[in-house]
Design a binder for this molecule. Sequence first.
Ligand SMILES: Cc1cc2nc3c(=O)[nH]c(=O)nc-3n(C[C@H](O)[C@H](O)[C@H](O)COP(=O)(O)O)c2cc1C
Length: 359
Amino acid sequence: MDRLAACPHHAAPHAHRSLEYTGDPRTGEASISAAIDFDTTGHNDEQRNRLPFTAPWLLAPMEGVTEPCFRDVVLGRNAATELGGAFTEFVRVSEVPTPPHVLRRHLGPQRFDAPVGLQLMGSDLAKLAATAQSAVECGAPLVDLNFGCPAKGAIRGCAGSALLKDPAAVERVVRAVARALPATPVSAKIRAGYDDASQIEALARAVEAGGAALLTVHCRTRAEAYRPGVDWKRIARAVAAVSIPVCGNGSVATHADLQRMRDETGCAFVMVGRGALADPWIFSGTRVSRAEAARFLLDYADAMRTRAQFPAGGILARLKQLFRHWTAGGLFAEHERRAWLQQSDGAALLARLERDSHG
Ligand SMILES: Cc1cc2nc3c(=O)[nH]c(=O)nc-3n(C[C@H](O)[C@H](O)[C@H](O)COP(=O)(O)O)c2cc1C
């Protein structure tokens, strides 16, 4: 049996949360610290639970999208007082602990004030714990655990959303990683449930009991995949069930939705996925021009090329991935989306964007 899996079960500690918004008098920048004092376990000290985010709005982890090049163009266009942090794509931990060079590649260079949390997905406690320690040594300011991935591979490997069937397993995974990181916050991202949302409170409490400093709730179940209709009340249920800060997630489509989700659910943070692929300025609420929108895409393409992170064909594919959602700057009308998605000539596309970027 896994050494860490044999850890004795601890009852959920009694927690006090204080969520503070403070301003740096020198820079005028806002910062948030969520200090949680657990009075029974001793290992959940204030430092470990101090969340590094600089604002309440966060960019979601998205596999195939939120690698360092994309993250940096988004972080570069939203001040740290507007976009409070981002996450890597999930890093799957399976056969062996993930080697440091892979973790460093996902983290990329730290170029902005807003932190980038590293997301891990797996179910082997010892390998997850070792990888989390290595992630912190590589500079991760926070380690996030994925309990939401609906992909068949994740479920076959008993990771991602597969664990939503078993709150006790979620708790064990969170505890193993939290114990391995005495000075770094651990967060967990769940869906509302596997087939239905009936266990959302139990899942939220499991994350808290395991020692996480933050719980993110994507309000769809695994069965609901990415269906358009969402029920933010499920986020409110999770908020009511735990004392740690909750980050709400699911179909935030406009800048106004960010505050609306907080008001309607009581969550402390809001995470945006596809809404940020439609409009990367969603966090600041800036309405950009066509030229600025085109410049974003050119800078993204440029970052991919300069850092040699993708083969030439891959750059066009990555841009098209954004075109599926893109609305910023009125770059193209809805009826033109299909043509932009069918573009096969990368050079022609970049030339078009270059023209657009000059207004
Ligand atoms: C292309 C894509 C990739 C995703 N990859 C991840 C991932 O690596 N880790 C994760 O926790 N969630 C992942 N998600 C889920 C998002 O983080 C988010 O929970 C989901 O998209 C709901 O938010 P939204 O309605 O704002 O898009 C992904 C979503 C999309 C669309």
